[in-house]
Design a protein around this ligand. Structure first.
Ligand SMILES: [Zn+2]
Length: 378
């Protein structure tokens, strides 16, 4: 039997969080609200220097609640920022489902995780539940390329292992593998000329770029690999042959060799532009984050699976196509798995969250606290 949760309190908390705007790099208002709540639960909260490094208003928050040393220490991580449009979020709660009014995202990514954590803390306090040391890391700029987690100093974390609450889909998924991602920044150069008087003198960069793009391997390459061109910018006026166009794309794969392979296939296609008289091409590839693979027998996985079973869910060990703070944690040598928290259609204005899923997340977290006191040792 899963523990009963104060649903009204949980739902109100989620709505409150969702309605505080916190687009990436502007998490200040939400952070201040969370600092006061966490301090109210007895946490000490430290904000790091990340704000200045990433040009944001807010640093990562690391909150720590001392616990009984006999029990396992745990950390949980959520990101405070959301994608846009995020101004004036008004939550509609109908038929047990949270949505926005349709003109903004809901922000359940990742406020569903934060709301569940806050309800967990309410329950611990209310029931005077014993626990080990708990750490809550609230990151910033996650949606801008994991900026917060990349700038966090992992030596500050003291807990043995923990969870990132930031995967979509119904609760029960434990993300055991996530892809590495490359970002490609490409500038195709041509030569400008008046489009009416002397088009013969120009080399059209937009045309060159589109010819290459049309033959790129894009979309799902195989079950572990994807690629996309997401941004194209260039040109000044219809009467000018454009001399430059900027293209940004990405490649992802669960396997590093496959990532390298799809990336170099794309690079090679663009490099052919260099052969064309009057044209040039600059290509920069940057590894945005590395992949991670967790062993299903690792403690961090077994512990979560056990908590899920006790909360009445069937654990699902799944790979994902998305990167998260978990990629950075694992690269830093911290044992961390990303868990699904019910968010659906994240990064769209149709984003929604089933309230029953939110309750399930709290139940999983509660079982983790109980397990941590029962001697399920790593
Ligand atoms: Zn997220």
């Amino acid at each position: 039997m899963a523990v009963s949760v104060n649903e009204e309190r949980l739902f109100q908390k989620f709505i409150k969080l969702a309605e505080i705007p916190s687009p990436s790099l502007k998490e200040r208002e939400l952070a201040d609200y969370l600092i006061s709540l966490l301090e109210g639960f007895g946490f000490s909260v430290e904000e790091d220097e990340t704000a200045a490094k990433i040009g944001g208003t807010t640093g990562n928050l690391l909150a720590r609640l001392p616990g009984d040393e006999r029990y396992q220490s745990l950390f949980f991580c959520c990101h405070m920022d959301t994608v846009v449009p995020a101004d004036g979020v008004k939550v509609i709660f109908e038929d047990g489902v949270f949505r926005s009014q349709g003109d903004t995202v809901l922000g359940g990514d990742d406020k569903a995780g934060i709301a569940a954590l806050l309800e967990l803390l309410e329950m611990i306090k209310e029931q005077d539940q014993p626990h080990g040391m708990l750490e809550i890391l609230l990151t910033v700029g996650e949606e801008r390329g994991l900026l917060g987690s990349k700038n966090f100093d992992y030596k500050k974390l003291e807990a043995d292992f923990g969870y990132i609450l930031d995967s979509s889909g119904s609760p029960g998924a434990i993300i055991i593998a996530a892809p590495a991602q490359n970002i490609l920044n490409i500038t195709v150069k041509g030569k400008s000329a008046h489009a009416g008087f002397e088009p013969e003198l120009g080399v059209n960069a937009i045309r060159l770029a589109s010819e290459v793009i049309s033959r790129l391997p894009l979309g799902r390459i195989d079950e572990e690999t994807t690629s996309n061109i997401g941004i194209i910018e260039g040109g000044k006026a219809t009467n000018i042959i454009p001399d430059s166009v900027f293209i940004q794309g990405e490649t992802r794969s669960l396997q590093r060799e496959k990532l390298d392979d799809i990336t170099s296939r794309i690079v090679k296609e663009f490099e052919q532009i260099k052969e064309i008289p009057g044209a040039d091409c600059e290509i920069k590839v940057r590894l945005e984050y590395p992949e991670y693979w967790l062993d299903p027998e690792q403690h961090v996985i077994e512990f979560a699976a056990k908590a899920m079973e006790r909360a009445g869910l069937k654990p699902r060990l799944e790979p994902t196509g998305g990167g998260s703070d978990a990629n950075i944690f694992n690269a830093a040598g911290v044992q961390a798995a990303n868990l699904s928290i019910g968010m659906q259609k994240a990064h769209t204005t149709e984003e929604c969250l089933d309230s029953r899923d939110l309750v399930s997340v709290v139940q999983i977290l509660w079982e983790m606290i109980l397990l941590s006191t029962e001697g399920m040792q790593p």
